[in-house]
Design a protein around this ligand. Sequence first.
Ligand code: G6P
Ligand code: MG
Length: 218
Amino acid sequence: PIHGVIFDLDGVLTDTAEYHYLAWRKLADEEGIEFNRGANEALRGISRRASLMLIIKNKKYSESQIQAMLARKNRYYVEMIANITPKDLLPGAIALLDELRQQGIKIAIGSASKNAQMVVERLGIADQVDAIADGYSVQQPKPAPDLFLYAAEQLGVPPKQCLVIEDAAAGIEAALAAGMWAVGLGPCERVGAAHVVLPSLAGVTWAGLQAQLSKAVV
Ligand code: G6P
Ligand code: MG
């Protein structure tokens, strides 16, 4: 039985994945580095620093230049998310959050983002979640299990009784490494390792999800 659900934020509850992409694109353009949507797929769910490392590849930058670029990208991103409202919740998100709450299931956010708190507040769901694990919570980013284990601990639910909902390969890997159930949102090439793969949260109910998980081959 599942007693806790841990939602990734970017790309699961809201489409901030697009803003991350636009902010990185602006930085890459300014630096004369080639970067496109295809390359951006590899950045889903991974930390800000790891993302920059993948973008600059083996181009040589000093640590202070790297720090400056990380700050610049975040400035662009924070500007972009300043106008987020509850309308930016993805289809199906609020219905599932409400249903889980009614059923007494504990709910956490498990996001690598240092901006997660602000996004959750702007989306108007702060009262719907019991815990937030974000980019400040642990040292090891996804695909390490640490962030989700931290979220489970905050909820007081054993990892085996937790379900993670993720849109990133690194996130599914982290969930499985934590010994949790995993639902992947998006194409199989990206989230195919999850127990259940769905296109999005649209139309997803807790009863339906539990039925699909019980059929999943473990
Ligand atoms: C999430 C996103 C990533 C992002 C990371 C760090 O996991 O999916 O694209 O790089 O958070 O976010 P931050 O807001 O701290 O730069
Ligand atoms: Mg994500």
